[in-house]
Write a protein that binds this ligand. Structure first.
Ligand code: GTP
Length: 291
């Protein structure tokens, strides 16, 4: 909840109680508000504002490296420009030379934000040999084709090949297939074909339009969300490791085993005692009989 909402609620609570002169205390989402009957309304408001400004929210920022790949002219730069500056250039001015990057923060919730470093790699064939090095250490990769250009779709295999060569965590790096120019009237690739291709690769597919701004924010939100899940899972896995890098679960197994062996010993001991205990009455009975 924003401090603005807190402030508003605190004021409302105080307003409601203003008819009563009795001391008033309320807890609102863990924030305690006390009304002092000796304060005038202005002092009260200053007091609330002061206490609200004291509320600190710890925001965790996750840096993410997100890369774009795909043929020249599919609209990689246009998608990034639409996302960062919310603008679109109808005329292509220049092709990307080797690579550029931009940054943008994306808020996930009041406590979490993503600092996205967005890398726009060149689609031209002459820069192809550099692609794998730009993709290095990416958290996520958008593989873009043009829905109005069949060749850009057919060439996707070679982009997956480049991704395969890159020094990335192949399992954890999030890949999303993007079909740009959804607005185009003359489509050469249909969404079902693209979706099927993505499914075969085990990744998501999203049709977008940089021109009309369709699905542009969503594609970054989906990517951010997926990357964050991977990072948080990795963090959890690290927390479950012991100092020697072993999984605690292995230690738990060990404990289980040792507990079992202790149990076995205990059980053996108990069984022995049981036998002894059983023996005693038996002996007694024997004795009885003998007598
Ligand atoms: P390289 O930098 O050479 O790799 O190209 P790129 O993939 O970055 O393509 P770019 O963003 O430069 O766009 C190429 C052309 O496609 C430009 O003329 C854009 O105006 C146009 N374009 C980009 N996105 C769209 C879109 O969503 N719809 C339509 N109709 N045209 C688009």
């Amino acid at each position: 909840m924003s401090s603005f909402e807190n402030k508003k609620n605190a004021k409302e609570i105080l307003k409601e109680s203003s008819n009563s002169n009795a001391n008033f205390e309320s807890n609102f989402k863990g924030i305690s508000i006390s009304q002092n009957p000796n304060m005038n309304p202005k002092e009260e408001e200053d007091d609330i504002n002061k206490s609200n400004s004291d509320i600190e929210v710890n925001i965790t920022t996750y840096p993410l490296k997100i890369c774009f790949t795909g043929n020249s002219n599919v609209g990689k730069t246009s998608i990034i420009q639409r996302f960062i500056n919310n603008k679109f250039d109808e005329e292509k001015i220049t092709s990307t030379i080797s690579c550029n990057f931009e940054t943008k923060k994306l808020k996930v919730d009041p406590y979490t934000e993503l600092n996205m470093q967005i890398w726009d790699t060149a689609g031209q064939e002459r820069f192809r040999s550099l692609t794998a090095s730009y993709l290095r250490d990416s958290n996520g990769i958008f593989i873009v084709f043009d829905l109005s250009n069949k060749k850009s779709f057919d060439d996707l295999a070679s982009w997956f090949e480049e991704i395969g060569k890159a020094e990335i965590n192949q399992k954890n790096c999030v890949k999303i297939l993007i079909g740009n120019k959804l607005d185009s009237k003359e489509k050469e690739v249909d969404n079902d074909t693209a979706k099927k291709f993505a499914e075969e690769k085990g990744i998501k597919y999203l049709p977008v339009s940089a021109k009309d701004g369709i699905n542009i924010v969503s594609m970054f939100e989906i990517m951010g969300d997926a990357c964050l899940k991977v990072i948080q899972k990795e963090e959890n896995d690290e927390d479950n490791d012991d100092n020697d890098g072993n999984k605690i679960i292995i230690n738990k197994e060990e404990i289980k085993k040792s507990q079992n062996s202790e149990n076995k010993e205990e059980i053996k001991e108990k069984e022995k005692n049981k036998i002894n205990l059983n023996n005693k009455p038996l002996v007694k009975q024997k004795n009885k009989r003998c007598c």
